[in-house]
Design a protein around this ligand. Sequence first.
Ligand SMILES: N[C@@H](CCC(=O)N[C@@H](CS)C(=O)NCC(=O)O)C(=O)O
Length: 238
Amino acid sequence: MARVLYELQGRADRRLSPYCWRTRMALRHKELEAEFIPVQFGQKDRIAFSGQELVPVLQDEGGRVIHDSWAIADHLESTYPERPSLFGGEAGRAGARFFNGWVDRALHPAMIRLILRDIHDGAIAEVDRPYFRASREARFGMALEDYCDPSAGRIKAFRGLLEPVRLALEEAPYLGGAAPLYADHILFGTCKFVELCSPLVIFAEDDPIYEWYGRMLALFDGYGASDGAAGGPAGEPE
Ligand SMILES: N[C@@H](CCC(=O)N[C@@H](CS)C(=O)NCC(=O)O)C(=O)O
């Protein structure tokens, strides 16, 4: 059985999800081939076999099904130890686990607040907008338009959160050191998501994170620079 990744599909077939990009990059890092199956918010029947409703879902060779990007990274590392390591050992795995939680719990809430309207208005498939609005308004307890706040103050606060990343990049070109590791793919997923969903400029060109992002886009023969659409560059919007 071939390896298959189920991932979020946005407008113009763009593969939007920050979590799915983590897995895409992890697969390339491990030099593993996969087929990519798009899933819109309204197509949860496609991943019903996983017993839950979120992507990414990986169906690995042999049929094993894993959901949650961290669980998938962990699975890839333990199942394919002979391939390039995602964590660089047990201590590296523990550090990446912390970073994964920090990005999910501290960075993503600040990021979503900046681009929620852009996600709704322009990034997701039009057919998914009512579901997206209803589910997010229930989660945040207010209208999308009231929750979203791309003001200069919020952008500054978001950039400030990333100060520890800048400190790390003063010492090495990647969070993994001389070469990228899974921690880099975690943050790359967030940056790629913003790039695909919003015109907002989150990093100034003299920001070390901007330079790091350029290095990440160039990895794996420029794999990260695509929008993930099956036919290559995005076609006409729906
Ligand atoms: N902790 C999960 C989060 C996965 C997640 O939130 N996925 C989003 C896409 S970005 C999703 O499937 N959302 C579907 C929905 O909200 O109905 C992971 O790391 O994989």
